[in-house]
Write a protein that binds this ligand. Sequence first.
Ligand code: ZN
Length: 158
Amino acid sequence: MKIEKNCAVTLRYKVCDIAGKVLEQSSEPLAYLHGGYGNLFPKVEQALEGKTSGYQTTLDLSTQDAFGERDESLAQVIQKSDFPPGVKVGGQLQAQGPDGRARMFTVTKIKGQSVMLDGNHPLAGKALRFSLTVTEVRAATEEEIAHGHVHGAHGHHH
Ligand code: ZN
């Protein structure tokens, strides 16, 4: 069947930067509910609309169409003494962002007593190249549509 609103689509994907460096690769296929539920970037859904199982494409997304520009106000420096012992580069913690909402911050650098945190998505500020292969298309169940996501092997687990 063709991909249209309320289809459950399974795909394999690879994300590279525009120079071709691999940033993320699916070890397992990904299943998502198609039709503007916010599960994939709109540009990716547009490219898959009307396609069938076996379709392959490579898609370049601008920064704006992917994770957006970096927000430098989300890069913060905190004193090491404010952390529990064992803070490490690459560690993540939840903290309040400038908008007052909780978000994930990643420790990007530790220099002396200063710990640098970054609340941007690791791929923010980057144009991305997606390579996609559609492996399965089926009609979503009513329950999946009500939840806004796909259940089952490669979908959402409750
Ligand atoms: Zn669900």
